[in-house]
Design a protein around this ligand. Structure first.
Ligand SMILES: [Zn+2]
Length: 81
């Protein structure tokens, strides 16, 4: 792997990344970050344990305020020991 290739991969990743705020979701229909309809947001536990500390994984779901598509995203677990 040359340095050029690494830079290429980094750049590609950078471009593909869509900035999403804490209160936003990525809508697959709108192809952009959207807000959920007020009152539609819910946090659901997936029942999976992730990470070194066996943190419970949960996801946030909602309804797109533009097109009504079901939205969901995994919540990042930031707990550290
Ligand atoms: Zn949408």
């Amino acid at each position: 792997m040359g340095e050029d290739l690494l830079n290429f991969i980094k750049e590609k990743r950078h471009k593909r990344k869509i900035p999403i705020q804490d209160n936003e979701f990525y809508c697959v229909k709108c192809h952009k970050a959207v807000k959920a309809k007020i009152g539609s947001e819910q946090v659901i536990k997936t029942g999976k344990l992730i990470g070194r500390n066996n943190n419970e994984q949960s996801k946030k779901v909602g309804i797109c305020e533009h097109c009504g598509t079901q939205l969901n995203k995994f919540l990042q677990v930031c707990q550290r020991d």
